[in-house]
Design a binder for this molecule. Structure first.
Ligand code: NAI
Length: 366
């Protein structure tokens, strides 16, 4: 009998409104019946902060822990140290930076995520956020809701995506999908920066060009989007120093991870005009405190903020996919074969299985 612990966000009344909202506390990733029918124990909580949290108490004897990036149960070194039975950490979604992967490797704990499950959902959100910022949608909408009508106040800061240079930091599954969708807007150029170059035929298909350095990339782009994982070398990557190299008045969209951007530096860049807009759905920490500068920040035109809570990768379509993927990873664990989908593995048997978390990480499987 295995004890499975899941940390999920609270659905409240909304959990009943949409039973396919599997990622919430009440709908339990749809796993309870299946787990209990096989004699396993299933504990689900949203209580994840501090030493007296349910997560801290229940992790002590859990063998499998499921977390999500949306309401991240931070599985740090201390928690891993006291989780004596822990063998498998599953991220229901994509992005396992809320787990101390070094500590997991030391304990030979497998970390797997449902690769690809929400990448289209995120790519759609990225394109939506670009349009929201560049067209100056939020102030226009707020004006209408509050009973106003002032075309000039919005139009003075509203542009087209057509003819712009658009760049992605990271050209993996999401980055490529963003580039593919942006092609339809007839941009001037699509650029990418990634230490893993795309095959020439993919570059040709996406009409994109690789730029050798990050500094060169941001200096050329009207719109920059962040689509790389959070790891040691991307933590605080977009800081004051890099922002100073951005094209003045550009837009920045980050749906990757909040901590890739330095929050105070982004807010300041919006105030000074280095950035005309910033949007995305990822924060650090999550939930974001009421005082987080990204909630209230504005550009000099009173707009430029297209932030949402962490929703891009948790559309209902995505939840159906990551709930199924989570079950499949756990079923493989129970089977004892280790025949996981190779692309789902982040670390296994004490080694990295992917290069996405750093150029220097070993590739265990293709
Ligand atoms: P992926 O693994 O397919 O692609 C990531 C790419 O980033 C790889 O090509 C890798 O080489 C590149 N990369 C890594 N470090 C880099 C660096 N320092 N500079 C430039 N490129 C670098 O991952 P995928 O599926 O595209 O997801 C990317 C990230 O998006 C996830 O790790 C996660 O943090 C975030 N995400 C956010 C979601 C949301 O709901 N907001 C949902 C899904 C993913």
């Amino acid at each position: 009998m295995v004890k499975v612990l899941a940390v999920l966000y609270k659905g409240g009344v909304h959990a009943n409104d949409e039973p396919r909202m599997y990622g919430c506390l009440e709908n339990e990733l749809g796993l309870r019946e299946w787990l209990e029918s096989h004699g396993h124990t299933y504990v689900v909580t949203d209580d994840k902060e501090g030493p007296n949290s349910v997560l801290d108490k229940e992790i002590v004897d859990a063998e499998i822990v499921i977390t999500t990036p949306f309401h991240p149960g931070y599985i740090n070194r201390e928690r891993i140290a006291k989780a004596k039975n822990l063998k498998l950490l599953v991220t229901a979604g994509v992005g396992s930076d809320h787990i101390d992967l070094t500590a997991a490797n030391e304990k030979k704990i497998t970390v797997a995520e449902v690769t690809g499950s929400n990448v289209t959902s995120v790519a759609e959100h990225v394109v939506m956020t670009m349009l929201t910022l560049v067209r100056n949608f939020v102030p226009a909408h707020e004006q209408i809701v509050s009973g106003g009508w002032d075309v000039a106040a919005v139009a003075k800061n509203s542009f087209d995506i057509e003819g712009k240079v658009i760049a992605t930091i990271g050209s993996g599954r999401i980055g490529q999908r963003v580039l593919k969708r942006l092609g339809a807007f007839d941009p001037k150029e699509l650029l990418y920066y990634d230490y893993q170059a795309l095959p020439a035929e993919v570059e040709a298909e996406l009409h994109c060009r690789r730029v050798a350095s990050l500094e060169e990339l941001v200096a050329q782009a009207d719109i920059v989007t962040v689509n790389c994982p959070l790891h040691e070398s991307t933590h605080g990557l977009v800081n004051k120093e890099l922002l100073a190299k951005f094209k003045p008045g550009s837009w920045l969209v980050n749906t990757a991870r909040g901590a890739i951007c330095v929050k105070e530096d982004v807010a300041e860049a919006l105030e000074t005009g280095i950035l005309r807009g910033y949007g995305g759905d990822v924060w650090f920490p999550q939930p974001a405190p009421a005082s987080h500068p990204w909630r209230a920040m504005r550009n000099k035109y009173g707009g430029g903020n297209a932030m949402t809570p962490h929703i891009s990768g948790t559309s209902i379509d995505a939840q159906v996919r990551y709930a199924e993927g989570t079950k499949s990873i756990i079923a493989t664990y129970f089977a004892g074969t280790k025949e996981y989908r190779p692309q789902d593995l982040i670390v296994i048997d004490g080694a990295y299985a992917t290069r996405a978390y750093g150029a220097d990480k070993a590739v265990r499987k293709a």
